[in-house]
Design a protein around this ligand. Structure first.
Ligand code: C5P
Length: 215
């Protein structure tokens, strides 16, 4: 697809996997190796529904591992804007308050866009926009350990709340909605960020596409 100003469309790389799988590590590793190109990372988490009109007690009880927890319409429309080389006002999400903050951040389009999140391969509208689809596949025990550490250190959660949420929603929703999207992936990366061979292969492929775009 080309756009009106004759620039080739940006490349979209979708990176998914369960919570704690290492999606962010893989995305950052790809980013690191592509330094010198114009790059952008979009986290699907920024597009959790605005719940500012819902009480804190209700927000705590929300199932954040269901596709309906996300404002995917907004995500699709903003990715389309970026594909047309237009800037967007990206929402900012606050995990401690469980809702979107009042502010947004202006994000400029870039040559390579990594779209990372638990549901990015779930919606066909997003899948259709992607040039490369990656599923990071990491064992459940590793993922829960990472999640406990991160949620307690960075997201203001207690150990008991992380365990309760994991058993009530995170685990069942993973098997219902996330794990099945593996079938849409071009590449399944075992053990995420530690898999240097997979990352090298991916970077080579992206460089290839970029080179062809310049022809
Ligand atoms: O970064 P990660 O992929 O782990 O982010 C997704 C996770 O964030 C989901 O599994 C969801 O349970 C969690 N989440 C949460 N509280 C929120 C929003 C998301 O625990 N308010």
């Amino acid at each position: 697809m080309t756009v009106s100003n004759n620039k080739k469309k940006p490349i979209i790389i979708g990176v998914t996997g369960g919570s704690g799988s290492g999606k962010t590590t893989v995305s950052r590793a790809i980013f690191e190796q592509l330094k010198g190109h114009s790059l952008l990372m979009i986290e699907e988490d920024s597009y959790y529904n605005d719940q500012s009109n819902v009480s804190f007690e209700e927000r705590v009880k929300t199932n954040y591992d269901h596709p309906n927890a996300f404002d995917t319409d907004l995500l699709v429309s903003q990715i389309n804007e970026l594909l047309n080389w237009k800037s967007i006002e990206k929402p900012i999400y606050d995990y401690k308050q469980h809702t979107r903050s009042q502010e947004t951040v202006t994000v400029e389009p870039k040559e390579v866009i990594i779209l990372e999140g638990i549901m990015v391969l779930n919606d066909p509208r997003l899948r259709d926009l992607m040039d490369i689809k990656i599923f990071v596949d990491t064992d459940d025990d590793i993922r829960i350990i990472r999640r406990i550490q991160r949620d307690m250190e960075e997201r203001g959660r207690s150990l008991q709340s992380v365990i309760d949420q994991y058993l009530a929603t995170v685990k069942p929703m993973y098997h219902q909605f996330i794990e099945p999207t593996k079938r849409y992936a071009d590449i399944i990366v075992p053990e995420g960020g530690q898999n240097q061979v997979a990352i090298d292969l991916l970077v080579t492929k992206v460089r290839d596409i970029l080179r062809n775009n310049k022809k």
